[in-house]
Design a protein around this ligand. Structure first.
Ligand SMILES: NC(=O)c1ccc[n+]([C@@H]2O[C@H](COP(=O)([O-])OP(=O)(O)OC[C@H]3O[C@@H](n4cnc5c(N)ncnc54)[C@H](O)[C@@H]3O)[C@@H](O)[C@H]2O)c1
Length: 353
């Protein structure tokens, strides 16, 4: 079904479910953007819903279904535990609302497909938050690849060396569980897996090892994966949330025939190497592209919501829609499958994985 008709210059109302850690980035972004207005929040923990509602001056709900029935909104932002995103997103779509879902959009491909289908059937947009794609250095890197500045790409690496103490997992029972979260690769590194496949993909095969070395959780606290891209390039993903004593690195490196780039910092926010055989005017933008975000979530939720607004007004395409979100989920699940069976796994995954 075609999407609901754009409303040029329109104003849109947003309701948000899940008033936890990441909801603050959504609230801050929504406060800044003329054209998007928060109207309601929901959390199963009444004090959280109430506190957020009072702070933002909006309606408060403890039942998601009630909020969908009663809140005045065009868009629903889903910020609950990852295992709930698909079902809650699909409910919103069936109520005729556009859906913004936090990453990952789902934790199985079956759930992801149901969500995409529910949004298609209802003719609403599905946006999957991948705010790191919007970091200025990452946008410049994407442009350099699109312009062919690397020549052939030989190797891509992404590294996540972060610290998540046991307290972080103990603070919310869904964290680190297979049913609602997954481990360091599905949660903390999902942006990085997304970036490597978005910049250098498609991925042809993956071979991985994961381990739960120090955190008392079901899923992994560390993992490594070797990738072969369809282009012939090789790739390496390294993820660890046990890094002493704090978040040290969130980076992506690309090495090609005529260029080498590393975007590093703690959350792909700083250009560390930018070397190309041929000059391009973009080279002048490198200094100003490096940012110093307050935390590893970065500044990107503003940019993300600006894209949502532009799409609803008919001025742009979604930065990351459901089908784009599904691609990085498929690679993450391929990593898990390879670690489980101890063999290289082809992408796309065979059905049933
Ligand atoms: N984009 C990013 O960089 C980024 C960063 C952090 C987290 N996230 C994602 O955001 C999501 C939430 O993570 P978090 O760290 O904010 O978690 P959190 O545990 O701090 O918050 C989740 C909230 O959802 C509420 N909730 C649970 N079940 C609910 C239900 N059925 N209905 C209504 N509310 C419900 C909980 O009470 C809690 O307040 C996760 O999927 C995570 O992967 C994304």
């Amino acid at each position: 079904m075609t999407k609901s008709r754009p409303r040029p210059g329109g104003e849109f109302k947003v309701a948000l479910v899940g008033c936890g850690r990441i909801s603050r980035n959504h609230f801050e972004a929504l406060r800044k953007i003329d054209g998007l207005t928060l109207t309601a929040v929901c959390d199963v923990v009444p004090e959280r819903a109430k506190a957020a509602a009072e702070r933002e001056g909006v309606a408060s709900f403890t039942s998601y279904e009630e909020m969908l029935k009663r809140a005045d909104c065009d868009v629903v932002s889903v910020c609950t535990p990852s295992g709930l995103h698909a079902a809650q997103g699909a409910l919103a779509a069936r109520s005729g609302k556009h859906v913004v879902t936090e990453k990952p959009m789902a934790i199985t491909l079956g759930q992801a497909d149901e969500l995409v289908k529910a949004c298609d059937d209802a003719g609403v947009f599905l946006f999957v938050v991948k705010q790191n794609r919007l970091n200025p250095p990452i946008q410049l890197l994407r442009r350099a690849i699109d312009k062919g500045r690397f020549g052939r790409i030989f190797l891509a690496n992404t590294t996540v060396r972060w610290q998540r103490p046991q307290d972080y997992y103990d603070a919310a029972p869904w964290r680190g569980t297979w049913e609602f979260d997954g481990g360091a690769i599905m949660n903390q590194a999902s942006h990085y897996v997304d970036l490597i496949q978005w910049l250098v993909g498609p991925v042809e095969t993956v071979m991985a090892k994961t381990a739960t070395q120090a955190r008392r959780i079901e899923a992994e606290d560390s993992g490594v994966a070797l990738l072969k891209f369809r282009s012939g390039a090789l790739g390496l993903i390294e993820v660890n949330v046990l890094t002493y004593p704090r978040n040290l690195e969130g980076s992506i490196t690309i090495l090609g025939e005529k260029g080498s780039v590393k975007i590093g910092g703690t959350a792909v926010n700083r250009v560390e190497h930018w070397l190309f055989a041929d000059y391009d005017d973009d080279d002048k933008l490198i200094e100003s592209a490096s940012t110093n975000p307050p935390n590893v979530y970065g500044f990107g939720h503003d940019g993300y919501y600006r894209n949502v607004l532009s799409v609803l007004r008919g001025e742009a395409q979604p930065q990351t829609d459901g089908r784009a979100g599904r691609k990085s989920l498929e690679l993450i699940l391929g990593i898990y499958e390879s670690a489980k069976i101890g063999r290289e796994v082809p992408i796309p995954l065979r059905s049933g994985v």
